[in-house]
Design a protein around this ligand. Structure first.
Ligand code: A3P
Length: 347
């Protein structure tokens, strides 16, 4: 049996952070086996400032990705062994990752803890569900192996970059996308927080122009969305394709859909007792944002200078209206509509 440190194997997911703390002896020095390949990959074109001035994007399999995360993707390609029971949440950054991490984790563990003592009260959603390419880029592959099934992970990798093991295992994938205009605004503020001021990155107009050219982390965003959309049409039982704005509008309906998809549908008794509404409430923006664990400004999240509060800003649809001129919105809409043409997808 695998060594779980002081954590005993159980039949429900444990917050990733607890497993990592119990197994930190398994953390290795990050591998340097892919440095030669990384050095050959194209750098983002000049004149396309991005949200990570300290770390330019490189072009990997058609996507602009920060170098450390390409390193993680390459390590995953080589070492990750996906299990059919794995569950993967995929998003383009700023599309609702934090929310859906909480929803998935709470849904899976709803009978394991009383909801008022649920780990989400003491752990940020990102400490419950970790990001695969990030942990693989930081020498944590053995910890990933040590996690008991069923495992829940998140990734931002485009479909074209997912390691073959994930496709072969046929594990379930929940994909969430969001109006790209709001993704842009959300990313602008988030990066500003990390950098200690949005203007430290570039002007908003410059970042907007880069986004329109497809240069954003894991972008172009339209390719990211289309990759999973097309695949979800082929394998709807394995890829659940959701939109942030629709979940906001009908959270209970989507909570049920999610539970059904991940294999733990709500029973009639649970529905009658209002459990769906309780899960929705536990994971709601207002509730999570105000929990002490999410409400502090101290950069406490491993591997990057991020404090949990950065993941909770407005949690609304349509904030772009307060930031983009009509002309800017129309230009971005036109680009995306053109890319989505014939796919059946609409913003
Ligand atoms: P805004 O910046 O527009 O407010 P991600 O989790 O992918 O990084 O996305 C962050 C965005 O999701 C932020 O959007 C954040 O406020 C919003 N968000 C975080 N938790 C949420 C929740 N529980 N419900 C709805 N939106 C949430």
């Amino acid at each position: 049996m695998a060594n779980y440190g002081s954590v005993s194997p159980v039949d429900f997911p444990i917050p990733y952070k607890i497993i990592e703390e119990a197994n930190n002896h398994l953390i290795e020095k990050p591998q340097e086996e892919h440095e030669a390949l990384l050095a050959t990959l194209p750098l983002q074109p000049s004149g396309t400032p991005n949200f990570h001035p300290k770390q330019p994007f490189i072009l990997y399999k058609g996507a602009w990705i920060a170098k450390s995360l390409v390193r993680g993707a390459l390590a995953m390609e080589q070492h990750f062994k996906s299990r059919p029971t794995d569950l993967l949440l995929v998003t383009s950054p700023k599309s609702g990752t934090t929310w859906l991490k909480a929803m998935i984790f709470a849904t899976l563990t709803r009978t394991s803890y009383p909801l008022d003592q649920h780990p989400l009260h003491t752990h940020n959603p990102h400490q419950c569900v970790t990001n695969l390419e990030r942990v693989f880029s930081t020498g944590r592959r053995q910890i990933i192996e040590a996690i008991p099934s069923p495992r829940v992970f998140n990734s931002h990798l485009p479909y074209s970059v997912l390691p073959q093991t994930i496709i072969d295992s046929d594990c379930r994938i929940v994909y969430v996308w969001r109006d790209p205009k709001d993704v842009l605004i959300s990313m602008w503020y988030f990066s500003g927080k990390i950098m200690g001021g949005a203007d430290k990155i570039a002007t908003f107009e410059e970042v907007y122009n880069s986004f329109c050219q497809g240069v954003n982390n894991y972008g172009p965003i339209w390719s990211h969305v289309l990759g999973y959309w097309e695949e979800s049409k082929q394998r709807p039982e394995k890829i659940l394709f959701l939109k942030y704005e629709n979940i906001l509008q009908e959270p209970v309906k989507h909570a049920k859909k999610l539970a059904h998809f991940i294999g733990c549908p709500y029973s009639e008794a649970e529905e009658n007792q209002g459990v769906v509404e309780q899960i929705v409430e536990l994971c709601s923006f207002g509730k999570l944002k105000n929990m002490d664990v999410n409400n502090n400004e101290i950069p406490s999240m491993s591997a990057h200078n991020i404090s949990p509060s950065y993941f909770f800003r407005k949690g609304e649809a349509g904030d772009w209206k307060n930031h983009l001129t009509q002309e800017m919105a129309e230009r971005l809409n036109t680009i995306i509509e053109e890319k989505f043409k014939g796919s059946g997808l609409k913003i």
